[in-house]
Design a protein around this ligand. Structure first.
Ligand code: ATP
Ligand code: HMH
Length: 282
């Protein structure tokens, strides 16, 4: 028997291709050394080419999953990803209050406001955006939108550092404690810059932009690495710094898979021999 590790909960959708969603979160939690737990919100039919459809889990079943693990196993930090509908968002918000997760409570909550896949396929019903703004954001310790999500949520088109700051301020007005505006989609920029702000501190996390098309699951992996580090007791600034280092290496180690976009990879954390270097041709 060994000591019980810290725990992290992800409330998110399944990606049948294994690169994003709940699958990315679980493998990131594992690679970061925390015990991962899940509340499934939706099942997507998805591969490297796109999302071909999804079906939601009934909101009461989503709530029951959160309550079951929070009540018995305890949660050190939580994150949300794909929530699919306004009903699921409302239920998750009230359930987080009930189990003591979120801003103003003892357990931090990272909200990744997933609206669409990287191919542009919707992962959120249109009417649900308002519920993200009004119900989920005020409960978030940290929100982590990409630039498309920033545009949807605020109407601001981020093109440079100044507009990223304006977007962060607009997002903070919805009530989260911290905002991380991710710069991965600014493909003209030679560096990948993510801007973190709580209205007082404004910090730019800057790293290389690797020349690869294979970045599927990058946003989920970053948010879950941050969540894992929060679960281990780091503050938001240190957890984001650790998450950014982690995702950089995962993008560097990403691999082709299928005809479209391959996944970012945390395999490097497992040791030098993994995975097998050559995958047999299918
Ligand atoms: N080519 C790249 N090289 C290095 N880092 C990258 C690259 N692309 C994205 N990143 C980093 O990966 C993280 C995720 O950013 P991004 O803006 O792509 O999120 P996302 O759109 O939510 O991801 P996805 O939808 O692909 O899961 C950020 O820290 C970003 O800076
Ligand atoms: C299930 C799921 N969640 C999130 C994303 C965004 O990366 C995705 N493509 N699929």
């Amino acid at each position: 028997m060994t000591a019980t590790p810290r725990t992290a909960l992800t409330v998110a959708g399944s990606d049948s291709g294994g690169g994003a969603g709940i699958q990315a979160d679980l493998r990131t939690f594992f690679a970061c050394g925390v015990h991962g737990m899940t509340a499934l919100t939706a099942v997507t039919v998805q591969n490297s080419v796109g999302v071909h459809g999804f079906t939601e889990i009934p909101p009461d079943v989503v709530a029951a999953q959160i309550e079951a693990v929070a009540g018995d196993m305890g949660v050190n930090a939580a994150k949300t990803g794909m929530l699919a509908t306004a009903e699921i968002i409302s239920t998750v918000s009230s359930t987080m209050d009930k189990v003591g997760i979120g801003r103003g409570q003892s357990v931090p909550l990272v909200v990744d406001p997933v609206a669409a896949s990287m191919h542009g396929d919707p992962l959120l019903r249109d009417e649900a955006l308002e519920a993200i703004r009004t119900e989920l954001f005020p409960r978030a310790t940290l929100v982590t939108p990409n630039l498309d999500e920033v545009r949807l949520l605020t109407g601001i088109d981020v093109t440079d550092a100044a507009s990223a700051r304006r977007a962060a301020e607009a997002l903070l007005a919805f009530g989260p404690q911290w905002v991380l505006v991710k710069g991965g989609h600014l493909s003209d920029s030679p560096r990948c810059v993510d801007l973190l702000s709580d209205g007082t501190h404004v910090v730019e996390f800057e790293g290389p932009r690797y020349d690869t098309p294979h970045t599927h699951g990058g946003g989920d992996t970053l948010a879950s690495a941050i969540t894992a580090h929060l679960a281990k007791g780091l503050g938001v600034l240190d957890a984001v710094a650790a998450g950014k280092k982690f995702i950089e290496r995962c993008v560097f180690e990403s691999y082709p898979l299928g005809a479209g976009v391959g996944p970012v990879s945390p395999f490097w954390r497992l040791g030098p021999d993994l995975p097998s270097p050559v995958r047999p041709e299918l």
